[in-house]
Design a protein around this ligand. Structure first.
Ligand code: AMP
Length: 143
């Protein structure tokens, strides 16, 4: 199974922001969409960062509520790990586990083309394991 198969099922819409929006606006967006991270893009959909609820909690603990007026660019992670849609689900799962993050933007031709969350990966893996178990059961039943 590949990243492309997950995107085919869930779609390619990604919640994004830009580095000059305020952290408060990012909080509203995360709450409204009930998601955990926004990909930060430039004017031509290139990934320049990622801001997750964890970055915001850290900033609030460090600076207090006044940080909400600061730009996203001041706290976002700039060194973003991305993946291609040709990669396997196991490969991206390993990368997320090693990097300790739950979001992986998908990039195609240098532009943002989707996002995979740890929830998507777990859902895909459970589906795969269930399909294998069904195949084994029907094999045993007909053997
Ligand atoms: P998350 O687990 O996705 O909420 O993110 C935990 C931390 O990793 C936060 O500091 C994020 O900014 C950062 N992060 C999330 N996704 C990525 C990614 N794909 N590449 C690099 N850092 C990330």
């Amino acid at each position: 199974m590949t990243v492309a198969s997950i995107l085919a099922a869930k779609g390619r819409i990604v919640a994004t922001t830009n580095a000059t929006r305020t952290i408060g606006e990012a909080v509203d967006e995360l709450a409204e969409r009930r998601i955990g991270a926004l990909v930060v893009v430039d004017g031509v959909d290139r990934v320049v960062g990622i801001i997750s609820e964890r970055d915001i909690v850290k900033a609030l603990a460090r600076t207090g509520a006044r940080v909400l007026a600061d730009p996203v660019g001041t706290i976002m992670t700039r060194d973003v790990v991305t993946c291609a849609e040709t990669e396997t689900v196991i490969g991206v799962m390993t990368r997320m586990t090693r990097g300790r993050f739950r979001h992986l933007p998908v990039v195609k031709g240098g532009r943002l083309a989707g996002i995979i969350s740890i929830g998507d990966v777990v859902k895909e893996r459970i589906g795969e394991v269930e399909r294998e178990a069904d195949e084994m059961r029907s094999y045993i039943a007909t053997a």
